[in-house]
Write a protein that binds this ligand. Structure first.
Ligand code: PLP
Length: 395
């Protein structure tokens, strides 16, 4: 019996590494002081928060006071709603985003639409890129805020962020990017890329769950999200998750320090995986861009297969991955991202996302390449859809 376990769902979450855990431990045990308390135990926590704020800001090339600690990437995306009043007052009632954003962003936009904003949802091409021309054409006098994700969580496509940032800065439009999948994996520089606001989440780069950041450039007027005490400059009250924030600081510092080395290793593993699977499985294809893609992302469609069944069989074989069909919303609709690429329902339903990290090995990848094609073949043998497709091909 095979005992191999291969974790290939690093876009969903990552493992907390040993140095990150070690950094957090004192703040889960003896250093339990409230960072707002004036005695030394509290001061230790306050200093730990200061250090983490510096670690995060230097990773992004931001200033420490531009960093707001949040409870997750979803919260960070929801922060955009805080700017609605200021935008409306200025008559900036038009927003631009893409149709492949994470639901935290899309649902926030939908709420702003209910409050009277109009939103342009930019389409993407078959590789998942927006067109910069489409973007420029969508801008009106009333455009106040643009939110375009840095890298897509399903297909890994990296958008032309520096170009978009330059256009927004020139036109005086605020530019937010959901960089939850990008930070710690590819270079992100808020100054060089003219990014005004950014969302990130610690658990995507070997930090703990339940902690993130909303970066907001100095000078942009920001309302409060949570009223209460003076934490986070009064913008987001509530006693801080000190251990989580410390873990995030350690994780981002490590991720940035090792980014080149990790990206090189993970890209090679990912290419081995993609090439191996495409060669071994007939009627399979890669979703998303081959080049401008997150290092660890492989999203492949296996025509004639139900993604959910494939996942269950992979799990039985010790391989953890995720599918592009029924998602967290428990809906039977295929993923909005895959549909936006122009895929047919049956192709989108047969998609699997395998996301690697530097903790994966060539043996992990080879095990997936040895295991997955047999599962696809056996599922296809049982599939009426596959049979009818094959019959059609023989006609
Ligand atoms: N944005 C993107 C692109 C994501 O991939 C995710 C999580 O998968 C989120 C936002 C939400 O992050 P969190 O899980 O920390 O709420």
């Amino acid at each position: 019996m095979n005992n191999r376990i291969v974790y290939a769902d690093n876009a969903a979450t990552t493992r907390i590494t040993e140095p990150v855990l070690q950094a957090m431990m004192p703040y889960l045990t003896e250093n339990y002081g409230n960072a707002s308390s004036l005695y030394s135990l509290g001061v230790k926590s306050a200093l730990a928060l200061d250090k983490a704020r510096k670690q995060v800001s230097s990773a992004l090339n931001a200033e420490p006071f531009e960093i707001i600690f949040t409870g997750c990437g979803s919260e960070s995306d929801n922060w955009l709603k805080v700017f609605a009043k200021t935008l409306a007052k200025r008559g900036k009632t038009h927003l631009i985003t893409t149709c492949v954003e994470h639901h935290a962003l899309l649902h926030s936009m939908a709420r702003l639409e209910k409050e009277g904003f109009t939103v342009t949802y930019l389409p993407v091409n078959k590789d998942g890129f927006i067109s910069v021309e489409d973007f420029k054409n969508a801008i009106t006098e009333k455009t106040g805020l643009v939110s375009i994700m840095f890298a897509n969580n399903e297909i890994g496509t990296i958008q032309p962020i520096p170009e978009i940032g330059a256009i927004c800065r020139e036109k005086g439009i605020w530019f937010h990017t959901d960089a939850v999948q990008a930070v710690g994996h590819v270079p992100v520089d808020v100054k060089a890329m003219n990014i005004d606001m950014l969302s990130l989440s610690a658990h995507k780069f070997h930090g703990p769950k339940g902690v993130g950041v909303f970066y907001c450039r100095k000078g942009i007027p920001m309302d409060n999200l949570i009223d209460g005490g003076g934490q986070e400059r009064g913008k987001r009250a509530g006693t801080e998750n000190v251990a989580g924030i410390v873990g995030m600081g350690a994780a981002i510092e490590i991720a940035v320090a090792h980014m080149d080395e990790h990206a090189k290793k993970v890209t090679a593993l990912r290419n081995r995986l993609i090439d191996g699977l495409l060669a071994a499985v007939p009627k399979s294809h890669l979703n998303g861009s081959r080049e401008n893609r997150l290092p660890g992302n492989a999203n492949i469609s296996f025509v004639g297969v139900e993604g959910e069944s494939l996942l269950l069989r992979l799990d039985q074989a010790g391989i953890m991955a995720s599918s592009g069909s029924a998602c967290a919303s428990a809906s039977l609709d295929p993923s909005h991202v895959l549909m936006a690429l122009g895929m047919r329902h049956e192709e989108a339903h047969g998609s699997v996302r395998l996301t690697l990290s530097e903790e994966n090995t060539e043996e992990d990848v080879d095990y997936i390449i040895q295991t997955l094609p047999g599962i696809v073949a056996s599922l296809r043998a049982m599939s009426p859809l596959w049979e009818s497709m094959m019959n059609k091909n023989q006609d």
